[in-house]
Design a protein around this ligand. Structure first.
Ligand code: KE4
Length: 426
């Protein structure tokens, strides 16, 4: 019998390119037909055939308190009952700005937008307006949304489909983006020595999650900060994914590196479209209506999305919240690693805060090249086998995974048991 998922996918493909509204959902790199979800509750999601999965994708990061947390749902219902949007300032936006600047001291000012792409695109424009320079530096495998200048050797869906540099981006724009190797401090130093006074900004995921999970080397982060300061370039830390995921102060708080601009998203919207960029007051004051750098958005600061974000950010401040999340992620990756070792399978796994990565390689990769050397076919086979066991991992070997406050020890044990059964028959 054809599954409801397959029927919906076939019908969707007639009207929606690839049948999806965001490419990485299409299961193209793992094969098979994407799942259409009908419901989420806590750590679980249900597909159109009524099958339940333990969810480690969590809408690609936002659902850190679990799906449909009652506090978040109530906040959304209460806000919606007052109005779905005004295109005018609301007190909730001031509350969100105050909370973000309290939680993240590097934010002297902040502006809300509706997606991570808007946040990073504007941060780049702001850096160019502030410095009067055009060149930007990014790192291969990092993904910062789909604005033209950043779709050059990008990660996430672009990498997943083997098209890290999108067509449709004018060569003149792509030529202003210099792409270096993640964790290569020497390469960064050489580039600044050659063209330091041309560089408007360096943009980086301080913990990379779009080429699977790659942890930063200390000297890489330190070099980046020092070089940007020395040459007057703007350091943009893109924490759309790692923000509030690595810890309450994101990766930059965890590693103690101060950005000039910071981009946020996902968790701060609680699953609804809210994102932000912010940082140094002298840079942010270049923004319209104060300064000459234009940026705008009909839905920016939407009161219903902000309500979901405020409720989520309130919950994550609970005492011990990140200790428990970090423990959950570590328990899970330790268990997977132990099971693979028992069955003699070249596999590794690691976690930081509530983010984790699983790899079919002997050691966790530390660079894009090492990620590309992992056994992708083995990952795809593992992905589908785990799906059969009711465990939903990201449908790509190039994405990080996430645990939530709703994942219990029983969920972790069931996940490890599922992997052990698969590895036993590998
Ligand atoms: P959005 O425009 O998708 O809200 O955010 C873009 C973005 C910017 N920066 C980082 C570090 C990101 O991870 C993202 C978006 N992440 C992907 C998942 N790896 C979103 C999923 C998708 O593209 O459907």
């Amino acid at each position: 019998m054809t599954s409801r998922n397959q029927t919906l996918f076939e019908e969707s493909q007639r009207l929606i390119p690839g049948g999806v509204n965001s490419p990485v959902r299409a299961f193209k790199s793992v094969g098979g037909s994407p799942l259409f979800f009908t419901r989420g509750q806590g750590a679980y999601v249900w597909d159109a055939d009524g099958k339940r999965y333990i969810d480690y994708v969590e809408s690609w990061g936002p659902m850190i308190v679990g799906h449909c947390h009652p506090d978040v749902v109530k906040a959304v219902q209460d806000a919606a009952a007052q109005g779905l949007g005004f295109g005018a300032p609301t007190e909730a936006e001031l509350e969100m700005a105050e909370l973000l600047c309290k939680l993240l001291p590097s934010l002297e000012m902040v502006r809300l937008v509706s997606s991570g792409t808007e946040a990073t695109m504007t941060a780049i424009r702001l850096a160019r307006g502030f410095t009067g320079r055009s060149r930007i530096i990014k790192f291969e495998g990092c993904y910062h949304g789909h604005s033209d200048g950043l779709l050059v050797k990008a990660g996430s869906g672009a990498l997943t489909f083997g098209q890290p540099s999108s067509s449709g981006v004018p060569a003149d724009i792509a030529a202003l983006t210099t792409v270096l190797d993640y964790n290569d401090a020497a390469g960064l130093e050489r580039t600044f020595a050659e063209m330091g006074d041309e560089i408007a900004a360096v943009i980086v995921e301080p913990v990379a999650g779009n080429m699977n999970l790659i942890l930063p080397k200390r000297e890489f982060l330190d070099a980046m900060r020092a070089l940007c300061t020395k040459h007057g370039a703007v350091l943009i830390l893109d924490e759309v994914m790692s923000g509030f995921r690595v810890g309450l102060q994101g990766a930059h708080g965890h590693f103690g590196i101060k950005p000039d601009l910071l981009t946020l998203g996902k968790v701060m919207g609680g699953g609804l479209p809210a994102a932000a960029f912010g940082g140094r007051r002298d840079i942010m004051q270049c923004l319209a209506p104060l300064g000459p750098v234009y940026q705008a958005g009909t839905l920016s600061g939407n009161p219903v999305a902000v309500a979901a974000g405020l409720a989520t950010l309130n919950l994550i401040q609970a005492s011990g919240f990140y200790d428990r999340l970090t423990q959950t992620a570590k328990q899970m990756t330790d268990g997977l690693r132990a099971s693979a070792a028992k069955h003699g399978i070249p596999f590794s796994a690691q976690s930081i805060g509530s983010m984790f990565g699983v790899y079919f390689s002997k050691q966790p990769p530390t660079s894009y090249a090492e990620i590309m050397a992992c056994d992708k076919e083995a990952f795809n086979r593992f992905f589908h086998a785990m799906l059969d066991e009711g465990v939903y991992l990201a449908p790509s070997a190039y994405e990080a995974g996430f645990v939530s406050a709703a994942h219990t020890e029983a969920d972790v044990a069931a996940t490890i048991a599922a992997a052990d059964k698969i590895f036993a028959g590998w």
